[in-house]
Design a protein around this ligand. Structure first.
Ligand code: HEM
Length: 236
């Protein structure tokens, strides 16, 4: 039984539940401080941000280790990001604002930082809804384009976080640096691939573009033929 949980995927699944368990235990023992609702809200927001960053970390890790089996972890972390973000929003709407829609509307209109939270949440929601394989098939090429919106969501989350803080900026700055490094890595890979493609294609040769899986695409590239690869992984 224990051995089953020590396999990487169930372990990762269980580890992602630990922050929630910690919050529930603190609630049960009245350990959330003077303003428990605010503490609950902040902790859930912090964890959704951390999980979003971890989701973005999977692609660089996959590129460095060349381990193709990482897509399932990206999917898992992405769905957990949505889970914690939903709880963060539910706490705001229900416990903080008591589902008073008039006050909520005024609060959203008056607090610019919340707009960015809403933008980020709507994107994360769209990505979570389109995660199942059936949706990947249905959306085809547009699926990948849609999932690139994760970058806009990350930018919106940083603004949402940064804008509402009054005091210590060290933590949002730390997250901003991590996000910048993750983006720089992607930019470097994109640039390298572009250079490589240019080197491989003789300008006089006619190019045939075919849709294929990664193995066929690789075989084609080695012959100087550009083959468009259809990747059904969540590319974030
Ligand atoms: C409808 C969408 C959202 C609403 C209405 C919302 C609302 C709020 C509010 C009111 C705060 C201030 C908490 C306080 O200091 O009392 C906050 C903070 C925060 N939110 Fe959101 N949020 C939304 C979406 C998100 C999303 C999608 C994420 C992350 C993926 C997120 C992450 C955070 C973080 C990290 C904080 C700062 C917590 C801290 O001070 O350490 N929020 N949010």
């Amino acid at each position: 039984m224990l051995q089953r949980f020590l396999k990487p995927y169930p372990l990762c699944f269980s580890l992602c539940l630990l922050p929630l368990l910690g919050i529930v235990i603190d609630m049960m023992f009245d350990n959330l401080g003077a303003d428990p609702i605010q503490a609950l809200h902040i902790r859930l927001g912090d964890w959704s941000l951390r999980l979003l960053w971890l989701t973005l970390f999977i692609t660089p890790l996959q590129k460095i280790t060349q381990w193709r089996g990482m897509a399932q972890y990206r999917k898992l972390l992405g769905l957990y990001t949505f889970f914690y973000a939903s709880l963060h929003v539910i706490v705001y709407l229900w416990l903080d604002q008591g589902l008073a829609w008039g006050t909520i509307t005024t609060d959203i209109i008056e607090s610019s930082y919340i707009w960015f939270g809403v933008i980020a949440f709507l994107i994360i929601l769209a990505l979570a809804v389109t995660t199942p394989k059936a949706m990947v098939k249905l959306l085809g090429k547009n699926w990948k384009k849609l999932h690139r919106y994760i970058y806009i969501a990350s930018g919106a989350v940083i603004i949402h976080y940064y804008w509402q803080l009054k005091g210590n900026m060290a933590e949002p700055l730390f997250y901003l640096i991590i996000l910048s490094l993750l983006m720089l890595f992607r930019l470097a890979v994109w640039f390298k691939n572009r250079q490589f493609t240019k080197m491989m294609i003789p300008t006089t040769r006619k190019i045939r573009v075919v849709k294929a899986d990664s193995a066929t695409a690789e075989a084609g590239r080695s012959k100087g033929i550009v083959i468009e690869e259809i990747d059904t992984d969540i590319e974030t």
